[in-house]
Design a binder for this molecule. Structure first.
Ligand code: KIV
Length: 256
């Protein structure tokens, strides 16, 4: 199979089928998703919770992010790997944005980066694209702003907030991003944005009409002890299955 490029991801915009994407945080998972033909793998800053055990995506550092990006990239041969830029690795300045995105690409091995925000970070997106770094946008619910928004609520429910999200979507596209994640917005708003933009939209908790969908790997597998968000597509409860295997192993060794 040929390496998936950002052009290939953009072609999904005009495909009949919705494309499926997932997060990954390690070598083994990268291999599994790649073997399954997932075209875009996000090393999300959700690693802050799934890998490092923090409560939110706010604390994860660049060095913690780099470790998981490197690990995933070693396992992936075909998919486009997108690395999330951690909170405050791009907000302070254009210089910081390019330096930190550069680390994720050059040292980490990612093919693109993702940043949260619309109008207020359009300069950062443009500077990255102008430097040759592909960018995936992320608007709607932006978990890095949880302390500002006081929780993980659906965004864009009023006309005024919906208009702001549309403005953000246009700004992300205009700045040169190759696609945009729409997190936790009403389906009719996601449909409207998907129709307005010429770049693919990737939804999470935003209905079924986006060009692609993304889920957190740990939610899909039921790998975490904590309750998954409402919008999670949960296929199994591997947490309890693994727990039972470990208990069985313990019993077998103790009784031998
Ligand atoms: O960090 C992450 O996993 C994400 C997805 C939920 C889109 O940003």
């Amino acid at each position: 199979m040929k390496k998936i490029t950002i052009q290939k991801i953009q072609e999904f915009k005009y495909s009949q089928d919705t494309f499926a994407t997932l997060t990954a945080y390690d070598f083994n998972t990268g291999q599994i998703l790649d073997d399954a033909g997932i075209p875009l793998i996000l090393v999300g800053d959700s690693a802050s919770m799934t890998v490092y055990g923090y409560d939110t995506t706010v604390p994860i550092s660049m060095s913690e992010m780099l470790l998981v990006v490197k690990s995933v990239c070693r396992g992936v041969s075909n998919a486009l790997v997108v690395a999330d830029m951690p909170f405050l690795s791009y907000q302070p300045s254009i210089e910081e944005t390019i330096k930190n995105a550069g680390l994720l690409i050059k040292e980490g091995g990612a093919g693109a980066v993702k940043l949260e925000g619309g109008v207020h970070i359009q300069k950062n997106i443009k500077a990255l694209v102008d430097s040759g770094i592909p960018v995936l946008g992320h608007i709607g619910l932006m978990p890095q702003s949880v302390n500002q928004t006081s929780g993980y609520k659906i965004q864009g429910k009023t006309d005024e907030s919906a208009d702001k999200i549309i403005e953000d979507a246009r700004a992300v596209e205009k700045s040169g991003a190759f696609g945009v994640v729409l997190e936790c917005i009403p389906e009719d708003l996601a449909t409207k944005i998907t129709n307005i933009l010429s770049i693919p939209t990737i939804g999470i908790g935003s209905g079924t009409t986006c060009d692609g969908q993304i889920q957190v790997f740990h939610d899909v597998l039921g790998l975490t002890k904590n309750k998954a968000p409402k919008h999670a597509h949960i296929y199994d409860n591997l947490y309890s299955k693994i727990l039972n295997i470990v208990k069985q192993y313990k019993t077998d060794i103790e009784n031998n």
